[in-house]
Design a protein around this ligand. Structure first.
Ligand code: URP
Ligand code: ZN
Ligand code: ZN
Length: 464
């Protein structure tokens, strides 16, 4: 199969140039000023005039088919990766979760079974380690050999996911031996649970109390502690879903000292705020749509996060896509905000939101590509197969129509969730074509892929 993407403007993390893109056997075969001089015919020619040509998006933080908060995230690998593809994301990195007292292998087997035969986008895994006795620490080597080279640890959710500092430190030392990367959910979780207890005892049950019981300082101290432990262990650390100014300042200080501290933020922390958690005047429980952890912050944090992205203190924007329907899922927390399953949908809309930032001059197009594709590929060991348009890379290509106008609605999005936090919002810019390893996945908004065509990707070890 030989395809020509003709007349577009190629945008990578570093360059913007007019080029025809030749795709052969699922790989980028050539980038040429004018491919009409080439001999041989093409099976398909895609007209990309007036459009941009990007590497497929990589969402380094999704939770598909994840048991959490007494229910299971509503997108599985089929619906979640289909939605990702429709929004221009061709690779997701999801989280396998170790059950306490069980092996990492069992977790990996479970997540492979969830994804195989279902995924339409390519996928890789991080491993959430919830319990790290010596046999599990030694098992980390097997997991890395299987291509799962990043481990998420939790400082929050006592009794469920939280690891104590000694366990975190042991896991970090082991990750260092294996050139694996520790990803940290950095919130000091034990006092948060006390605040939650006290709020409920005082009769505060509405969704806004999710934010009021998880203050910014809890995230700042968690981030500081994560970085300090990583410094003691002499390993890199990646802070996931960073939401707030003070946590960002802890990352900036570490980076100024030359430490290998990295961080991602998510669209919800750039485009929504604590106000959304207050719901509507008619129904405060509408705020449940915006319950995720860390919680949405007051609006003034947005500017700090945008500056962090512009100044390279934040490297990645991933979604933490963890959708729950209002009906039967978020509803579990009516009358008790602590029972609202934590998470928001976003895997399909990430690039729409980030493109809005490009249009507003907050991001260059190159930085847009970098934070949504190239940087996650590099940090998680998928580069240069993924994350760029270069000869020999997988032909995961997005042809992006910068003028396409569309209005968001849960009814027309592909995520399996009964609301959209962006309902009714108008956007300019959408993919006219999404290609995965040379095959057309989405054309003019129509999904053409098949369940099971997504491939498991083995990540390389950490090498930045
Ligand atoms: O609210 C969130 N973030 N849900 C997913 C779990 C996590 O901590 O990433
Ligand atoms: Zn987390
Ligand atoms: Zn998450």
């Amino acid at each position: 199969m030989r395809t020509l993407i003709q007349g577009g403007t190629v945008v990578t993390a570093t360059d913007t140039f007019a080029a025809d893109v030749v795709v052969e056997q699922g790989k980028i075969a050539a980038l040429l000023r004018d491919a009409s001089t080439l001999t041989g015919s093409f099976d398909e020619t895609i007209d990309a005039r007036g459009q941009y040509v990007f590497p497929g998006g990589i969402d380094a933080h999704t939770h598909l088919d994840m048991p959490f908060g007494g229910t299971t995230s509503s997108d599985d690998f089929e619906t979640g990766t289909r939605a990702a593809a429709c929004g221009g994301t061709t690779t997701v990195i999801d989280f396998a979760i170790q059950q306490k007292g069980s092996s990492l292998k069992a977790a990996l087997d479970t997540w492979h079974a969830k994804a195989e035969g279902k995924a339409t986008a390519d996928y890789a895994f991080h491993m959430i380690a919830t319990d790290v006795p010596p046999p599990v620490l030694s098992e980390m080597a097997d997991v890395v050999r299987e291509g799962v080279t990043s481990f998420k640890l939790f400082m929050a959710y006592p009794g469920v996911l939280l690891l104590d500092d000694q366990s975190i430190f042991r896991a970090m030392l082991r990750a260092g031996e294996l050139d694996a990367l520790i990803c940290m959910h950095a919130e000091t979780g034990l006092p948060i649970d006390v605040l939650v207890e006290r709020a409920l005892a005082a009769g505060h049950t509405a969704p806004i109390y999710h934010a009021l019981t998880r203050p910014e300082v809890a995230e700042a101290t968690g981030t500081e502690r994560a970085i300090a432990l990583a410094e003691m262990a002499n390993v890199p650390v990646y802070i996931v879903h960073l939401s707030a100014q003070r946590a960002l300042e802890r990352v900036m200080e570490a980076r100024d000292r030359g430490l290998p501290a990295y961080a991602e933020t998510c669209p919800q922390y750039l485009f929504f705020s604590e106000d959304d958690l207050r719901g509507t005047p008619e129904d405060e429980f509408e705020g449940a749509k915006f319950v995720c952890t860390p919680p949405l912050r007051p609006k003034h944090h947005h500017d700090h996060l945008w500056r962090g992205l512009a100044n390279y203190d934040l490297q990645v924007v991933s979604t933490d896509h963890c959708p729950f329907c209002m009906k039967d899922q978020k509803e579990l927390g009516r009358g008790n905000f602590a029972k609202i399953p934590n998470g928001m949908p976003g895997v399909e809309t990430r690039l729409y939101l980030l493109w809005e930032a490009v249009r507003e001059g907050k991001l260059s197009m190159n930085r847009f590509v970098e934070i949504s594709s190239t940087a996650p590929a590099k940090i998680f060991g998928l580069y240069p197969r993924k994350g760029t348009l270069a000869i020999g890379a997988d032909a995961d290509v997005v042809v992006w129509d910068p003028e396409k106008r569309h209005t968001i609605s849960a009814k027309t999005l592909h995520m399996r969730v009964d609301y959209s936090p962006l309902e009714g919002r108008q956007f300019v810019g959408a993919p006219s074509l999404v290609m995965q390893r040379g095959r057309t996945l989405v054309k003019d908004g129509t999904f053409l892929g098949k369940a099971g065509q997504g491939q498991f990707l083995r990540c390389g070890t950490f090498s930045l």
